[in-house]
Design a protein around this ligand. Structure first.
Ligand SMILES: *Cc1c(COP(=O)(O)O)cnc(C)c1O
Length: 456
């Protein structure tokens, strides 16, 4: 079918890695709404944010105008251990599907943490170190972020304290041990080591925990110790900024061969990999230079974009974090314990929320059984065992390729393969045993948590 003039894997040289991160917000006419102080309802100042976040990261968080922010040499050198990551032409998948579509995926699973999260972890740890801090605190859901941060902290000799959602702590003991191997301390959340943890435990005894609740604990722990700051693996503007390295490399690789994508697809939890992958393409779209279909894929069990409300909400269950304007299911929303742990956050990046609201991108939700069918198919054909989160994007990429088969269109599809699934074999076991189910929240459940949105 295809002459295969494009290599199976497009590798870049180290010298072709971006020198700067690209700040998509600089090209947005409608900027994402600012974070608000939950006490006063006023936009948070740099000073207020600096109590919780590192100073340099606060600057990046608030910067809506600087297009390119230089990647410090030390971070670029760390990137070189596992980057540039390959852009793979999925010839084998195309042939098996019998589609005229051309499918590419950007593979971010080539590091021990097994996901794209290391791209931001090293940046955040670097700025904490530069500020002379002793350590950082964070939460982790499925464990990828905690693992990435542990790796970055051990490299820079920073202390790392991870609050891990209890259900993952129990279901993913191996991920926990990787973090401990890198020197992090790992606490199951909710825990009795923080005030907010004790409060949540008293109100919901026996709870599985949630990402929002672990965030509350990590923020409290950082706020109480002046040598520590809190870091977050997704959602925030600064994280999307760091992840732009994914999209910039993808664009360079495609440009080398004169390839223009038609559709760009990514899974969306808090929106960091998708925001990073689409950044330079969305930039062209915003500047009117090119047009692309951009599709966010989320789990039907936690459908922030497709069934959420665009409003200010807390980023955490404990309601101590700033308010962000985003598509949200409400901070009290507790998703059913599905197997795509990294996609279980109740809200969505403010930047992506604004772009979605303004019609620059689409969103779809998919159920986990069909996601695992796609994951199995992909593993068997392309060889890589994908993370459940990434498999949401695979599912929709395959659907789009099959549509091309019907219409005969030779569309070019690019999707983000954010990570590998070696630590998700419990989920694969459920799928292989035919015990996986799809739990979709009812309208009443969503309405109940949305009714509790803060009034601003
Ligand atoms: C965390 C994670 C995601 C989702 O997070 P985003 O911030 O939405 O990108 C997706 N895939 C993998 C493998 C992850 O670890």
């Amino acid at each position: 079918m295809s002459e295969k003039t494009i290599p199976y894997k497009i590798y870049l040289n180290e010298s072709e890695m971006p020198e700067s991160w690209y700040n998509l917000r600089a090209d947005m006419k409608e900027k994402p709404a600012p974070l608000l102080n939950p006490g006063t309802g006023q936009p948070l100042t740099a000073e207020e944010l600096s109590a919780v976040f590192c100073e340099e990261l606060v600057k990046q968080e608030l910067d809506d105008t600087t297009k390119f922010i230089k990647i410090p040499e030390e971070i670029r050198n760390f990137y070189k251990m596992y980057r540039p990551s390959p852009l793979v032409r999925a010839y084998c998948l195309e042939d098996k599907l019998g589609t005229p579509a051309k499918i590419y995926y950007k593979f971010e699973g080539n590091n021990t943490s097994g996901s794209h999260k290391l791209n931001s972890a090293i940046a955040q740890a670097y700025y904490a170190k530069k500020q002379g801090l002793k350590g950082v605190t964070t939460e982790t859901g499925a464990g990828q972020w905690g693992t990435a941060l542990s790796m970055a902290c051990s490299y820079l000799e920073l202390d790392c304290k991870v609050y891990m959602v209890k259900v993952s702590y129990e279901q993913k003991p191996f991920r926990r041990e990787v973090m401990r191997t890198y020197g992090a301390s790992v606490v199951p959340s909710p825990s009795d080591t923080t005030e907010v943890g004790r409060k949540i435990l008293a109100e919901h005894p026996g709870t599985n925990g949630s990402l929002g609740c672990a965030i509350s604990e990590a923020v409290e722990a950082a706020a109480k110790d002046p040598g520590y700051r809190y870091v977050l693996g997704s959602v925030l503007n600064q994280v999307l900024l760091h992840q732009s390295v994914i999209g910039l490399e993808t664009k360079t690789a495609l440009d080398k061969y004169g390839i223009k994508p038609d559709i760009i697809i990514g899974c969306a939890g808090g929106g960091s990999n998708l925001g990073g992958l689409i950044a330079p393409f969305m930039g062209e779209k915003l500047r009117g230079e090119a047009d692309y279909r951009i599709v966010a894929v989320e789990p039907a069990s936690c459908p922030s974009f497709t069934r959420g409300t665009f409003a200010y909400d807390f980023c955490d269950t404990g309601m101590i974090c700033p308010l962000a304007k985003m598509y949200t299911l409400g901070s009290s929303f507790m998703p059913s314990p599905n197997h795509a742990g990294g996609l279980r956050f109740h809200g969505m990046s403010s930047t992506l929320s604004q772009l979605y609201h303004d019609g620059y991108m689409e969103a779809v939700s998919v159920e986990q059984t069909e996601v695992f069918e796609a994951a199995e198919q992909f593993a068997r054909i392309e060889g890589i065992l994908p993370a459940p989160e990434s498999s949401h994007a695979i599912k929709v990429a395959i659907d789009e390729a099959l549509k091309c088969k019907e219409t005969g269109e030779e569309k070019t599809i690019v999707f983000g393969l954010t990570g590998t699934g070696y630590f998700d074999l419990y989920a694969y076991e459920k799928y292989n045993d035919g015990e996986m189910s799809d739990e979709i929240p009812t309208d009443e459940q969503i309405a109940a948590s949305v009714a509790k949105l803060p009034k601003v």
